[in-house]
Design a protein around this ligand. Structure first.
Ligand code: CA
Length: 366
């Protein structure tokens, strides 16, 4: 609404609004629908470098969409990692209310919320389409909210990388034996799987990956997919590019909102936040799919990268070890166990359906 309401209408609407909430802020934007005219200025902290391709860009768009849908009543300033808080402090900052919102990936909080990797990605877990189905239609949303409730944080699904790549190696992986002694940058449960397979897992932040591989500090690394891996220049320091990314079959991102702050918003702004999160969810995944496609061709045709598929025998062994890791990790915490069981039960059913739908069509889609 842009037209200026008459004084009497405004006074009346303020009087009504005063009964339910403060009628402060810019009265020019008072809504005839009765929505509060109060303007909110919020901070959104992220775990990504400022304007990080796709993910950071997606959150800038999220802020713009919320701004325009709310007629400027909810203004969100997006901060890159370390601009307000370090990237791995995002959850704490939202929980404490230092920032009203955050954007990150849930597996970073496994020390605080043991179930959290299940809400991002875990080895041989769900792909993006399956995760969306579990979240919106299979009880995932409710379990995620339950897991974060004790921290005063409300999560909303907000993006997905799609299937990642298996990573960059300087030797070929022909059998499980080739993983023995391999020093690989691979975080989370994927790292635990590599360790079980006889390798050693290293956690490195993005800026350290290139030089560590170049200097031989690590033998191999995973990062994301063709688009981001190309931008990091990993094809210049490794010979073979392996697929698929068994350890991250579709990493989901989360919009975190401080519960008290969210509840202080009028209903229409709460709806706008949820709607913009869903729009960003599909925007981020779509960008990943579109850019990865383009950059894979670039890597193959221009950079002459040697693409390799992990042998089936290697993937089956990693899958067996991944099941052990998931069961060990989720046995430690009732919420994690409950969430894991929900995902596995959902997956069993959806895989049956996928066989008759997605998989059955796949050979004919070329
Ligand atoms: Ca990754």
């Amino acid at each position: 609404m842009t037209s200026k309401p008459s004084l009497s209408v405004l006074t009346l609407s303020c009087a009504i609004l005063l009964l339910v909430s403060a009628c402060g802020g810019d009265s020019k934007q008072a809504q005839s629908s009765g929505a509060s005219s109060k303007t909110y200025n919020w901070k959104l902290v992220t775990s990504w470098a400022p304007k990080f391709p796709v993910i950071g860009e997606g959150m800038e768009l999220f802020a713009q969409w919320v701004d325009s849908a709310s007629n400027g009543r909810l203004r969100i300033k997006v901060y890159g990692a370390n601009e307000l808080v370090p990237g791995l402090e995002v959850f704490n900052a939202v929980s404490a209310g230092t920032a009203e919102m955050g954007h990150s990936a849930a597996y970073y909080w496994s020390g605080k919320v043991p179930a959290s990797p299940l809400f991002a990605s875990f080895p041989f877990g769900l792909n993006a389409q399956q995760f969306n189905a579990w979240y919106y239609g299979g009880g995932g949303k409710e379990l995620w909210e339950e897991a974060y409730a004790p921290q005063g944080v409300i999560p909303f699904l907000c993006g997905n990388t799609g299937v990642q790549m298996g990573g960059w190696f300087n030797k070929e992986i022909k059998s499980v034996n080739d993983l023995k002694g391999l020093k690989m940058r691979i975080p989370g449960w994927g790292g635990k799987v590599i360790t079980k397979a006889g390798g050693s897992a290293v956690t490195l932040a993005a800026p350290e990956i290139y030089t560590s591989l170049e200097r031989g500090v690590i033998d191999a690394t995973e990062w994301i997919g063709p688009y981001h891996d190309y931008k990091l220049g990993l094809h210049k320091v490794a010979k073979y590019y392996y697929y698929p990314g068994w350890h991250e079959p579709g990493t989901a991102f989360e919009l975190l909102v401080n519960k008290k702050a969210f509840e202080s918003l009028p209903k229409d702004l709460q709806e706008i936040v949820q709607t913009a999160a869903a729009r960003t969810n599909i925007w981020i995944l779509s960008q990943f799919e579109a850019q990865n496609n383009t950059y894979l061709q670039k890597l193959i045709n221009e950079e002459k990268v040697q693409l390799r598929e992990f042998p089936k025998e290697v993937l089956m062994e990693l899958k067996k070890l991944a099941k052990e890791v998931a069961e060990e990790e989720t046995a430690k915490d009732p919420q994690a166990k409950k969430t894991y069981e929900s995902i596995m039960a959902f997956k069993k059913n959806i895989l049956e359906w996928n066989k008759k739908s997605e998989d059955a069509m796949r050979p004919y889609l070329d």
